[in-house]
Design a protein around this ligand. Structure first.
Ligand code: GLU
Length: 439
């Protein structure tokens, strides 16, 4: 019985693009679903870019996303002697020849001889693919400086690692015909291939840095949860076959099959990613959410010393799904913690500076001062009663009141917000607003 073995084989460059890490996620999900192994190979043969720091970035990104691998990491640079041995073997068997390419006198490279026949294979995502013999050219496997080329190292290492399924980006489809010829010439079993659709932007172009966060580290810095990024990237090209979207890692492992991977490009939609992050936040322990919001605010210098933690937690809960990322608390809910909160000019003009608005606010103050208790239901009833008594719409009372206590026209449900703020704070804030705009 042969077990399934997948691998992630990044070339470390210092950043991990979400397209690459999605390949890692699919390899990981497939291996875990099948009870197989997920291996890691670092293709570190580009000595200029593949620094230890660049490799560490790959390892950190994987650890953060929970992509644990089996066994030891294979560093491709350690396999050089073996790659060159295989090149010798191919020369001996007549599958390769030496040539001074272009007659530059720089020395000879080793060139792989294509078999002269069509090469076809069944891609587990893209279906049957075929390349005609006349479109398959011989190619260099060892450069004139003696260094093995990507194709040789990639195939050699997959053989060494016993990889059964090569799951990688679409950009390697063309290489696959070369690779299959190499496996055959080396007398090694050809693995199965699955090429993943590209991640594209709203214009259908490859998703890049210009489109927004493109690297794992950027999502991490912006406050995304690893569970949410994992979940979002898993759904970029795969679906469980029902309408589930918010899923745990275990649920994805249970549901993951390659036949549900789409071959059409997948569009990355930041709004959707933020929504997903919010959904995963809502599944967390509320105390942990509040702690993480606080930590994010501290990092950005937005945390106010002396903020009461119970009040803070209540405010986080009150913001509910208006918080999609931890740092949002500092950006969208600062008024909760700032008695000197600024007033949004437009909201003031629209809600407080129309005739009679401030008189009405005074009446609301009196009602709130006298409310039997300060629960959302009691406040709701009291303001409703006032609206009815005056023959006004609820909006005529609610909007000015919101601006008076928060300085802005947007926020959580007003009565919940007032209840969290508490009577003293609310009355104090209304007084401040009245003395600012009705001196
Ligand atoms: N180092 C290659 C890349 O990152 C590996 C491709 C593969 O998975 O075979 O594109």
């Amino acid at each position: 019985m042969s077990t399934i073995r997948t691998r992630f084989a990044p070339s470390p460059t210092g950043n991990v693009h979400i397209g690459n890490i999605r390949a890692a996620i699919y390899n990981w999900l497939f291996a875990r679903h099948e009870g197989g192994q997920f291996l890691l190979r670092i293709e570190d043969t580009d000595l200029e870019r593949s620094t230890p720091a660049a490799t560490q970035t790959v390892l950190d990104s994987m650890a953060w996303l929970g992509l644990d691998y089996d066994g030891e990491v294979l560093y491709q640079s350690t396999q050089r002697a073996h790659h060159l041995e295989l090149a010798e073997q191919l020369l001996r068997s007549g599958h390769a020849y030496k040539e001074d390419k272009g007659g530059t006198g720089k020395g000879e490279c080793v060139i792989f001889r294509m078999p002269g026949t069509d090469i076809g294979y069944h891609d587990l995502v893209k279906g049957d693919l075929l390349k005609k013999a006349e479109d398959l050219r011989d190619f260099v496997i060892v450069r004139s400086d003696g260094s093995p080329v990507f194709h040789l190292g990639n195939v050699a290492d997959d053989i060494t690692m016993g990889v059964t399924h090569v799951i990688r980006g679409d950009d390697h489809v063309e290489n696959t015909f070369k690779h299959i010829a190499l496996y055959r010439a080396l007398g090694a079993p050809v693995p199965q291939f699955a090429h993943l659709p590209m991640i594209v932007n709203a214009q259908g172009k490859p998703y890049s840095k210009r489109d927004g966060a493109a690297y794992v580290g950027e999502f991490r810095e912006r406050g995304f949860l690893p569970e949410a990024l994992f979940n979002s990237l898993a759904l970029l090209g795969w679906s469980p076959g029902d309408d589930r979207e918010v899923m745990t890692r275990d649920e994805m492992v249970a549901a993951f099959t390659l036949d549900r991977v789409r071959s059409a490009p997948s569009q990355l939609d930041m709004t959707k990613l933020l929504w997903m992050n919010g959904e995963h936040m809502r599944r967390m322990d509320p105390l942990a959410v509040a702690d993480a919001c606080r930590a994010a605010m501290e990092r950005e210098g937005l945390w106010r010393d002396g903020t009461d933690m119970d009040y803070f937690r209540a405010a986080v809960a009150c913001m509910g799904d208006r918080i999609k990322l931890f740092p949002d608390m500092g950006h969208n809910a600062a008024f909760f913690f700032d008695e000197e909160f600024p007033y949004d000019e437009k909201s003031v003009r629209k809600r407080l500076q129309k005739p009679g608005a401030l008189d009405l606010l005074r009446d609301e103050r009196a009602i709130l001062a006298a409310a039997p208790d300060f629960s959302p239901a009691a406040l709701d009833a009291a303001i409703h009663a006032l609206a009815e008594q005056r023959g006004l719409g609820l909006g005529d009372l609610v909007h000015p009141l919101r601006v008076a206590v928060s300085g802005t026209g947007v926020g959580p449900g007003l009565f919940e917000m007032l209840a969290v703020m508490g009577r003293d704070r609310v009355l104090r804030r209304i007084d401040r607003t009245l003395s600012t705009y009705a001196p």
